[in-house]
Design a protein around this ligand. Sequence first.
Ligand SMILES: C[S@@+](CC[C@H](N)C(=O)[O-])C[C@H]1O[C@@H](n2cnc3c(N)ncnc32)[C@H](O)[C@@H]1O
Length: 363
Amino acid sequence: MTIETNNLPLNQIILGDCIELLKSLPDECVDLVVSSPPYNLGKEYEAKKALEIYLEEQTSVLRECSRILKSTGSLFWQVGAFSDRGMLIPLDIRFFPILESCGLIPRNRIIWARQHGLHAQKKFSCRHETILWFTKSDNYTFNLDAIRVPQKYQNKKHYRGSRKGELSCNPNGKNPGDIWLFRNVKHNHEEQTIHPCQFPEDLVARIILATTHTGEIVFDPYMGSGTVAVVSQDYERFFIGAELENKYYHIALRRLSKKPDKNNYFPNLKTLRDYVETTGESINKFRFDVQVAKRPSERSKAKIYPEEYHLQSMEERLLYEETAFANSLRGEEIPVDPKLNGNGKKTKLADKKGEQIELNLWD
Ligand SMILES: C[S@@+](CC[C@H](N)C(=O)[O-])C[C@H]1O[C@@H](n2cnc3c(N)ncnc32)[C@H](O)[C@@H]1O
């Protein structure tokens, strides 16, 4: 659906360069900018020069984003690290002063942690990227109630004083904090399209629900497969954005349409499952672009874990790794890895006497 309000291209993704779109938009017309910019920095330059040219281009885009942002608006910029022949520059360090120079005010530096990092031989493997949140003024939206997550000790009560016996924490949940662990949209993720670096929809939902209200306008200059548009549509916000590559632009339109193409294909498994759940049609009629199995599986048969599960399992994994390291430093016995199989099922291990012992985890 295309709606023209005040001549804004509402609910449209423009196929082309975002700087052209940005220049066509009036001052202070959007409520939220959220994006992950490209950072494959081109090989034709010497690396350092390429980085400086890239940052100059990004400065022009961010100046325009800041200009079109309403005075109550927010901007979220998700970046990783620039890596070249062993050198590593975390890009948020370079983006921070650029965003400040646009007159924006920092609110959070969110760590998007990953269970698995890229393998590295001569430095520590990278296990996180960052999301910088800046606002245009001190008068900004933060809907904490819309994005609360379960408390760690939900039933804990005051044990003395006037509130003795009452719950000591907010029963509606807690602030999710600034370490996020949404699963990367890769292998087996139902949202995966042919795009190599998609946002997880839940990550975008947290940002949109926290910083906008229904009917407000969300802008993404680098739409890619259209995740920001899809989530805006799902939560009744308007979207505007651009995408340079024809093939990603069409994926975004197919995700937004929520319907199969003429060959009964969907851009990803999620859109396919949503469609059959809504229409009641047989799942076996349809296929999706990145399908590996013979036929798509129903969502009810899939294991889908919430972010808290991944956070808890990462916390446990990191604790296990630090304990194993501490024990090895001290010459003490290294505890058994509780998840040797990596499939969440019982782990069979040989104990010291050569007998099989079983560990039962994640029950
Ligand atoms: C990191 S991806 C964004 C992925 C997106 N967040 C998603 O969920 O699919 C960056 C995208 O920016 C696009 N792009 C690169 N330069 C652009 C430009 N000047 N204007 C618009 N899009 C551009 C690339 O084609 C790529 O799809």
